[in-house]
Design a protein around this ligand. Structure first.
Ligand code: NI
Length: 436
């Protein structure tokens, strides 16, 4: 594998004051060997290639901690509805008509958009994940995949669980360690307790984690209260679900005592502010989580509840939503960047991600700061969160391999993928319409 020397501004995300105005990063294979001011790379380091990006800031690749990649097929298909009727009347009937190849192409489209907006790792939960795994291997990014499982019918639920197990055996640690497989029980209101415990036993047996939606809406709270006389978090704790690694998406409605539960079990939170706003779900108590040391990452959720996969937009919203519903000092730009990098690394369980430092993986992006909306340059973290958009990303590298250079995708053919998804999504839309 190649050796690279990148010369640029560097925001390594190793501490709030760490920044190199004229920095350099030395990369050997998939690993960073040196980060510092210009001239700091070891004297005997001979790069195969030098990337001179004096007007770019290089930072760790963004980690999208909760998404449903192939839902790009449903982008703009149904909007402006509350969660339950939206799922029951629109999303689930559409999904029932999707085939494996649809999922593959939908995942590729998501990955095009992710790479082009600086996301290098995603935690995905959906059906047909072996297709998403293939797409990720092709795109060259990193992912934690989990088979999204609902358990309305026991037989279908058991089949889904078996698919998740098969997915684990086929892809866990695949692609030079770029893939992980978790288990994906959809949510407390779509999975009975016995099923959740069964899933948990399998996850424990295979030594892997769980990715689940938790305490997302008021309607979920009411359903769980009615069925079990408690809250989603307490119910899941009682089932023993929190004892291992868990990505708890949304986590909007948490009481003080439930924050303690998250802290005690080190539950990782995937915060999805745009989805929480679009579906009128609410504002998650993120500052309270951070002050307790709970690991929080940022996620976009699927493109039918967002509707894009741009983590820069998501970061800005994460901050603004807290300021709107709380006070303007909440969630500084640096704290938000930290969630999208270090926080994401922590909750997805990848080692050596989330910061640029010797020994860490060469997963990084460069943002082109030579544009009017980035002048004057008082604060780079401020610009990255409050001004940048995904389209400002110029270069993307994952595991030491360049996936985008000068905004040109090197592993995926975006045009073909867009046209293919357009065709497939319209076909499914017509099929669903014919049913009505
Ligand atoms: Ni979701």
């Amino acid at each position: 594998m190649a050796k690279y020397l990148i010369r640029s501004m560097i925001l390594p995300m190793t501490g709030p004051d760490d920044f190199y105005e004229q920095g350099e990063i030395a990369i050997d294979g998939d690993t960073i060997v040196a980060v510092g001011e210009k001239g700091s790379a070891p004297a005997d380091f001979v790069p195969d290639r030098i990337l001179d990006l004096p007007d770019d800031v290089v930072m760790p690749g963004l980690i999208n901690t909760h998404t449903h990649a192939a839902m790009t097929l449903l982008r703009g298909y149904a909007d402006d509805m509350p969660l339950m009727p939206w799922l029951e009347e629109k999303i689930w009937p559409f999904e029932a008509k999707m085939n494996e190849k649809d999922i593959y192409w939908g995942s590729l489209l998501a990955l095009c958009e992710m790479i082009r907006s600086g996301t290098t790792t995603m935690a995905d939960m959906y059906i047909g994940q072996e297709q998403t795994a293939k797409a990720v291997l092709e795109a060259g990014t990193r992912a934690v995949l989990s088979r999204g499982m609902t358990a309305f019918q026991p037989e279908a639920a058991n089949r889904a669980l078996q698919e998740n197990i098969d997915l684990f055996h086929q892809f866990h640690n695949g692609g030079d360690g770029r893939l992980k497989v978790y288990f994906g029980p959809h949510a407390p209101y779509t999975c009975p307790g016995e099923f959740l415990q069964k899933v948990k036993r399998e996850a424990d047996r295979l030594g892997t984690g769980i990715h689940i939606h938790v305490a997302e809406t008021r309607s979920e709270l009411a359903t769980i209260r009615e069925r079990y006389g408690t809250t989603p978090v307490r119910w899941l704790e009682g089932l023993g679900l929190f004892s291992g690694r868990v990505i708890a998406a949304h986590s909007v409605y948490l009481e003080e005592e439930e924050l303690e539960i998250y802290q005690k079990y080190q539950v990782g939170v995937a915060h999805n502010p745009e989805s929480n706003m679009k579906l009128n779900s609410g504002t998650a108590p993120i500052p309270q989580m951070l002050s307790r040391g709970i690991a929080v990452g940022i996620g976009t959720d699927g493109t039918s509840s967002n509707n894009d996969l741009d983590m820069f937009g998501e970061m800005r919203t994460a901050s603004f939503q807290q300021k709107l519903t709380g006070t303007p000092d909440l969630l500084s730009a640096y704290e938000v960047l930290n969630m999208a990098t270090n926080g994401g690394a922590k909750i997805t369980g990848f080692t050596g991600l989330g910061r640029l430092a010797p020994g860490y993986k060469a997963d990084l992006i460069s943002v082109d700061l030579d544009q009017p909306h980035f002048y004057p340059r008082f604060s780079i973290p401020s610009h990255l969160v409050y001004c940048a958009r995904g389209s400002d990303v110029r270069t993307v590298m994952v595991n030491g391999k360049i996936l985008m250079e000068d905004r040109r995708l090197l592993t995926l053919d975006a045009k073909t993928i867009c046209l293919e998804v357009e065709k497939r999504a319209k076909r499914i839309g017509a099929e669903v319409k014919n049913l009505l």
